[in-house]
Design a protein around this ligand. Structure first.
Ligand code: C2E
Ligand code: CA
Ligand code: CA
Length: 635
């Protein structure tokens, strides 16, 4: 080797590119929301180390060009800084991998130990080699290549260690991430090997850059929805977790638009622009999250926005104005972070618990007692989830109450409506307004329906065997249940298993605004009617009624809501309107049932308005189904 001195080829272009890319990454990291796992700090440190290392190497070559007669120690020192930092990056990369894959302290120990040993041994050996002039010959202002072997050996050993580690943790990593890591590692090795073969030292820094890009992309980028500027929920969890550590306080604004949420329709450009505008221009450093299609959440750090109260007033003013333009039903919830919410990372459930309690088109500012209600909500949610998981048709927590219905033609109580209650340990009897919305929103309603239907069938069977006359009992079903393919099968099998005839069961449904629901409803009603089940249209007259649609659905009985009874009682004209509606229905062969008949006066009016059935407190409040006997005739 002595005779032919091999000199390193070097040109600055590659290192300048590496530097530039590092700065690009830093810029991207500052302007975008990033996932701050614990490992993020290690990642950032590696990035900074690479910048300094590259600068050291650039300086070394620059000085050597400009002034080759400078004391050698200057060059030695720069090269030592360069190599030591590169080894430090490799060392950190091992720790990073352990951290990012959540390897336990015990398991990561050998890897960290070996990495630290490699780091100490090779940086010392490399530095000693350099300073004794053994590994860094400077010939005519150029660096001879031989000396770099120590560095190469160290690099190869680190890569081996990393490969073993990656294989060890492969099951902890999402497969795509794993492939990404390995692929990038391979490219680095190929580039380094090719460069070594050609006596190139220029590309060394770039082989350290590639894995950093992979890490940033795969693990720390949580890119915006490019159109909306929103992050997803993972980002939210991360933000809360991170801000709790930093004890940073937030104001949050949650906008929920049910229609958009349920239809899954994409937001219009106008809507997106507005949301972006509010998120960007009223508060500093706020982060927008899209919880679901129609649910946006804006998190505003209070320390960056000392004037957040005034700003919020402004936002609400603008919201009021813009609402005229869009007219979507909405629920707006405004609140502040608390350690308790942070700890459980519960913002979304908390906000949903408020949604379940406030009417459409209201703005709700979180009050202290909302948190008590939230605890109630959580208890109910937990119990309902448990009921749904157990699927026990005899679950003692589900109570069937029944409200007898007065049949005008026969003058008897021979039908009734089944109404659900929950009997919970900590709360006693819980009413439907408290748990039905929760069960609906969380997808547990169908199991509750199955239980109540099963219990109702059993009760009918007992009543019949004891000789009571019960024509049928109606059960309430939520429209969303019909969307399930198995709905009709589930209902039929429960009724069949009980041995009760399907004609003893009726199903009450309320109208839905949703276009697709209409078709589903029609299909399911037709299918179950063939089996002999009777269908009631529930809550007719509340809010919105599409007569054309209603008449297309094969209902048997129309239940006029109590609000209609109240309206009809107000004056003669309203009574006439109500009467002609009822008249229309009975002419079209529907039976009319009035709900919420509370007194003589209500009853008298309803009797005169094409009524077939009457239901309300005047006759009885809902009673446990076992007490229904009191109202029934015996054969
Ligand atoms: P709904 O189907 O309209 O049930 C009638 C509600 O009106 C019942 O309230 C009943 O107790 C009440 N009510 C009866 N008579 C009168 C009266 O004369 N005056 C007044 N002001 N109210 C009267 P409840 O039992 O609290 O049920 C509330 C709602 O919860 C029900 O309204 C229904 O939508 C829902 N629900 C109850 N049980 C079930 C169920 O098993 N499944 C589903 N999906 N929903 C249920
Ligand atoms: Ca009902
Ligand atoms: Ca009703």
């Amino acid at each position: 080797m002595q005779g032919t001195v091999q000199l390193e080829k070097y040109f600055a272009a590659s290192e300048i590119t590496v530097l530039a890319v590092c700065f690009v990454m830093l810029i991207l990291l500052t302007v975008s929301f990033k996932v701050r796992m614990k490992s993020f700090r290690i990642f950032a440190a590696m990035l900074y180390m690479l910048i300094i290392a590259t600068l050291a190497d650039l300086t070394l070559h620059y000085l050597m060009d400009r002034d080759p007669d400078l004391p050698r120690t200057v060059f030695y020192a720069l090269r030592t800084i360069y190599h030591t930092l590169l080894f430090a990056i490799l060392h950190q990369y091992v720790i990073y991998t352990c951290e990012a894959t959540a390897l336990s302290r015990q398991r990561r120990k050998p890897y960290v130990l070996i990495a630290s040993a490699l780091f100490i041994i090779f940086s010392i050996a490399d530095a000693v080699g350099i300073f004794t002039g053994r590994t860094m010959h400077i010939v005519d202002g150029m660096i001879s290549f031989e000396g770099s072997t120590i560095f190469t050996i160290g690099y190869v050993l680190f890569v081996l260690l990393l490969t073993v580690l990656l294989i060890r943790v492969r099951r902890r990593l999402y497969r795509q991430v794993m492939i990404g890591f390995f692929g990038v590692e391979m490219i680095s090795i190929i580039v380094l090997a090719a460069a070594r073969l050609r006596m190139q030292s220029t590309y060394t820094a770039s082989t350290f850059l590639f894995p950093l890009i992979a890490v940033m992309y795969l693990l720390h980028s949580n890119p915006y929805d490019a159109l909306l500027g929103a992050n997803d929920l993972r980002g939210l969890n991360n933000l809360i977790h991170y801000s709790d550590e930093k004890q940073r306080e937030y104001l949050f604004l949650s906008l929920y638009m049910r229609e958009l949420d349920e239809s899954g329709a994409t937001l219009s450009e106008e809507m997106r622009t507005l949301i972006r505008h509010v998120a960007e221009s009223y508060y500093r450093k706020s982060t927008l999250f899209q919880v679901s299609n129609g649910h946006m959440l804006l998190m505003v750090p209070k320390d960056r926005n000392p004037n957040w109260e005034e700003r919020t007033v402004k936002v609400l003013e603008e919201f009021g104005k813009e609402y005229e333009r869009f007219r979507y039903d909405y629920k707006l919830v405004i609140g502040e972070s608390t350690p308790e919410l942070n700890r459980k990372n519960d913002y979304i459930s908390f906000i949903r618990s408020i949604h379940a309690q406030i009417p459409e088109n209201t703005i709700h500012r979180v009050q202290p007692d909302d948190r008590d209600k939230f605890r109630r909500y959580e208890t109910i949610l937990k119990e309902v989830a448990d009921i749904a998981a157990k699927k026990d048709p005899d679950d003692p927590r589900v109570l069937v109450y029944c409200q007898p219905v007065y049949n005008i033609r026969t003058g008897k109580y021979d039908t009734a409506e089944a109404l659900m209650r929950l009997l919970l340990d900590d709360m006693g009897v819980v009413f439907p307004d408290q748990f039905i919305p929760i069960a609906e929103e969380n997808g547990y309603i169908h199991v509750l329906t199955e239980i109540i239907l099963s219990k109702t069938c059993k009760a009918i069977s007992v009543l019949l065997s004891e000789g009571f006359e019960v024509t049928r009992i109606s059960v309430n079903v939520s429209v969303m249940e019909l969307r399930d393919q198995d709905f009709c099968g589930d209902i039929n099998s429960i009724i069949d298993r009980s041995g009760v005839d399907s004609s003893r069961i009726a199903i009450e449904l309320t109208e839905s605004r949703n276009d697709s629901d209409f078709l589903v409803m029609k299909e399911k009603i037709e299918e179950l009617k063939e089996k002999g089940i009777t269908f009631y249209l529930d809550d007719f007259g509340t809010g919105y009624s599409n007569m054309e649609r209603i008449l297309e659905l094969p209902f048997d009985i129309i239940k006029f809501d109590r609000s209609m009874v109240i309206a009809g009682g107000q004056n003669k004209r309203s009574e006439q309107v109500l009467g002609s509606l009822a008249d229309l229905f009975s002419k079209l062969n529907y039976s009319v049932l009035y709900e919420g008949v509370e007194n003589e006066k209500d009853e008298e009016m309803c009797r005169g308005l094409s009524a077939s059935y009457l239901q309300g407190y005047k006759y009885s409040e809902p009673v446990p189904i076992s007490e229904l006997k009191r109202f029934l005739d015996k054969e």
